[in-house]
Design a protein around this ligand. Structure first.
Ligand SMILES: NC(=O)c1ccc[n+]([C@@H]2O[C@H](COP(=O)([O-])OP(=O)(O)OC[C@H]3O[C@@H](n4cnc5c(N)ncnc54)[C@H](O)[C@@H]3O)[C@@H](O)[C@H]2O)c1
Length: 247
């Protein structure tokens, strides 16, 4: 897949899935703009990309719930690169609790981090993408947004919301030659799932037809395809990468 000279913004790029996507896109020739909340990790990813490709990616440390900062990132990206071709809305978080124990703050925190940020960032890149008459937006949903998951009412609602948002944006933006798709990972080996504990991890594996957790590269490979020219006729889709778990 070739992303030569495409400008790609990736949120949640300091580790896990976002990091794998950033490295994949950089190897494919894209100019990378990294966003995340953890400065040390982000600097590390930036260094890895520089070592691998020679490119020094732009990187921004901020809270993805901050709409003003998002606009700043878009402005600075345009000042440097004059265009934005790809946006990957990947940043996400969890605050798992059974409904009876979930506070309004737990709800608002997860919904604003996972869902509102997707709205804010997508809106912020629309003007340059419309002007260019092209763009790719890739949103990170989850199997939880399709099937629901006990203990994750806030997370599942945010990921289900991303699916509805993706389809709506796909319909609105198709005539502008901007595609909008969502990826719905199952269980992927990252810090997020490491919190589950060994016993739960082993139990979940017994339910996955392919018998293993996904790797971050499994998700990055689909993101790379969706960002590429080869995927230009795909929009409004939610593609599961889950080892068959949602079958
Ligand atoms: N790991 C999985 O099994 C899995 C499964 C389904 C969906 N997902 C989704 O994939 C995405 C990435 O997951 P991961 O496992 O790599 O997670 P992770 O916890 O390893 O990384 C999350 C990233 O999001 C960023 N982030 C979180 N809150 C932020 C905030 N308020 N402001 C700015 N950045 C913030 C972090 O800095 C980090 O870079 C998430 O949206 C997650 O919901 C993950």
């Amino acid at each position: 897949m070739n992303l030569k000279d495409k400008v790609a913004i990736i949120t949640g790029a300091s580790r896990g899935i976002g990091k794998a996507i950033a490295i994949s896109f950089a190897k494919a020739g894209a100019k990378i703009v990294l966003c995340a909340s953890k400065p040390d990790l982000l600097a590390q990813v930036s260094g890895e990309i520089e070592q691998l490709t020679g490119q020094k990616p732009m990187h921004f440390v901020f809270d993805i719930r901050d709409g003003k900062k998002i606009e700043e990132v878009v402005k600075k990206t345009l000042d440097t690169h004059s265009r934005i071709d790809i946006l990957v809305n990947n940043a996400g978080t969890t605050r798992d609790k059974l409904l009876a124990l979930m506070s309004e703050e737990d709800w608002d925190f997860v919904l604003s981090t996972n869902l509102k940020s997707v709205f804010l960032f997508t809106k912020a890149v629309l003007r340059p993408m419309i002007k260019q008459r092209s763009g790719r937006i890739i949103n990170m949903s989850s199997i939880a947004g399709i099937t629901g998951n006990a203990g994750q009412a806030n997370y599942a609602a945010s990921k289900g919301g991303i699916i509805a948002f993706t389809k709506t944006a796909g319909k609105e933006l198709a005539k502008r030659n901007i595609t909008v798709n969502a990826i719905a990972p199952g269980f992927v080996e990252t810090d997020m799932t490491a919190q589950l504990g060994e016993k739960v991890i082993e139990e979940v594996k017994t339910r996955i037809p392919l018998g293993r957790f996904g790797t971050t590269q499994d998700i990055a490979s689909l993101a790379l395809f969706l960002a590429s020219e080869e995927a230009s006729y795909i929009t409004g889709q939610v593609i599961s990468v889950d080892g068959g778990l949602s079958m």
